[in-house]
Design a protein around this ligand. Structure first.
Ligand code: EPU
Length: 422
């Protein structure tokens, strides 16, 4: 089993470069299905989720390679097997976003229904509703979504809201399908996340006609064909936020290169509120803390609200605040597997439904803990940097899904993390 052994407490200081966004890269990789030719995507991070998605695209018939300068080349000239097998989809739910582009390109698709995961149920009903509105015939058989659109999909006004607000990958799926539909599609209550704006910008570069990018109302004029593209994905705002918390939780100072503060207003607002300085700098920002951490209330929401993908990391940070904080999870109400693990490190967290009350403690204490999902793993690593003594994070493979060689990037700025296989 892969583990991280973390010695703490440390104070981080120095520069870290932020990689391209995982959650922008995945739907953009899926978008290449809409074209017949060779696309080159730049700044796609080297993560296990990207490898899994590459494998999925290869099963469809694409050729996926890394160029010498790190670009991801996807040759989608041939797509002769429009099937997303269970073996891959169960490893990564984002696989579902091949459904829309496969339907548009091949007129049919068979994709395994993703199950739940460590962060909750994660249904795909809104994805399917949106694609049905565009004219797809969809049925479920033996755990697979079987979708057909022998004639071209047809544009329509579609409402994409659900019980928890908008859906990120649902919007991606329907948006990609709509780019090649006949006529105009209006997606109301579309996800406004920067990753969806990045996808839409990439689709426009391929020749799509999308307006309203970044808003909750996307308007798509369908086109007959899209062209392969060369495109650079945006920096990862969740990785940026995680490194911001690393600076804050260790009372250190980090310069984060290649990040976009504009995508992170809610996060920066919370950090400044609790006594962390965040200053824009050339090509990035400087984040640091001198004084105590103040308590804060956080409610996760779809963008531009506070991101659920930083909830666990902020919980680790607020564990060390002066006073009580309240964290409410409104996107994935069950995303709290890290609570019990942080409590093992002497945090004082009490979960009440989708809410956690964080009673600040003076110090965290190292302990063996278990990572349950990507962001929970990050939270445990952050807690380990600040905790007294040794923290051993087990099942650390989760972290490779979303952070490229995190230990090799944190150690040069003062962390003491060693990777062990026990
Ligand atoms: N939902 C439905 N029905 C649907 C789709 C979603 O009820 O058909 C619900 C979900 O259960 C959830 C809420 O709507 O309660 C929002 O889910 P969403 O569909 O927006 O999530 P997602 O698209 O599956 C992406 C990210 C997640 C991130 C969420 C929310 C990717 C690959 N994944 O998932 O990222 O937490 O948006 O921002 O983009 C991560 O990177 O660690 C991660 C989990």
């Amino acid at each position: 089993m892969d583990t991280f052994r973390i010695e703490g407490p440390v104070r981080l200081s120095g520069s870290v470069s932020i990689n391209g966004s995982k959650n922008a890269s995945l739907p953009i990789m899926a978008a290449t299905i809409l074209t017949a030719g060779k696309s080159v995507l730049k700044a796609v991070p080297n993560l296990s989720d990207i490898s899994v998605f590459s494998k999925l695209l290869r099963q469809l018939g694409c050729k996926v390679t890394r160029s010498r300068n790190g670009g991801l080349c996807i040759d989608s000239t041939v797509i002769d097997n429009p099937v997303g097998e269970y073996e891959i989809v169960r490893m990564m739910r984002a696989s579902i976003c091949i459904l829309g582009p496969l339907l548009a390109r091949c007129g049919r698709a068979k994709v395994s229904m993703p199950g739940g995961c460590a962060i909750g149920d994660r249904p795909v009903d809104i994805h399917l509703r949106g694609l049905r509105e565009l004219g797809a015939k969809i049925r479920l058989k033996s755990g697979y979504v079987i979708a057909e659109a022998p004639k071209r999909l047809t544009g329509k006004d579609i409402f994409m809201g659900g019980p928890f607000g908008s859906t990120v990958l649902g919007t991606a799926n329907v948006l990609m399908a709509a780019t090649m539909a006949k006529g105009r599609t209006v997606i109301e209550s579309a996800a406004c996340e920067p990753e969806i704006a990045d996808l839409a910008n990439c689709l426009n570069k391929m020749g799509a006609k999308i307006t309203g990018i970044g808003s909750a109302r996307l308007i798509v004029e369908g086109v007959r064909q899209l062209q392969p593209v060369e495109y650079q994905v945006i920096p990862d705002r969740i990785e940026t936020g995680t490194f911001m918390v690393a600076a804050a939780v260790t009372a250190g100072e980090l310069k984060l290169l290649n990040c976009r503060l504009d995508d992170m207003m809610a996060v920066v607002d919370r950090l400044r509120n609790i006594g962390v300085t965040v200053d824009a700098a050339n090509d990035g920002c400087v984040v640091g803390r001198n004084g105590p951490i103040k308590s804060a209330d956080i409610t996760t929401q779809p963008y531009p609200g506070f991101p659920t993908d930083l909830q666990a990391q902020f919980m680790a940070l607020l564990s060390l605040a002066e006073g009580n904080s309240v964290i409410i999870e409104k996107v994935f109400p069950d995303r709290f597997m890290h609570v019990a693990e942080l409590n093992r490190m002497a945090a004082n967290l009490r979960k009440e439904g989708p809410t956690v009350i964080v009673a600040g403690v003076k110090k965290l204490v190292g302990a063996p803990v278990m990572a349950s999902d990507l962001r929970a793993s990050a939270a445990l690593v952050l807690a380990g940097l600040a905790a007294d003594g040794t923290t051993v994070v087990n099942r650390v493979y989760h972290i490779d899904r979303g952070y490229e060689r995190i230990e090799e990037r944190l150690n040069p700025v003062g962390a003491k993390i060693s990777w062990e296989n026990i």
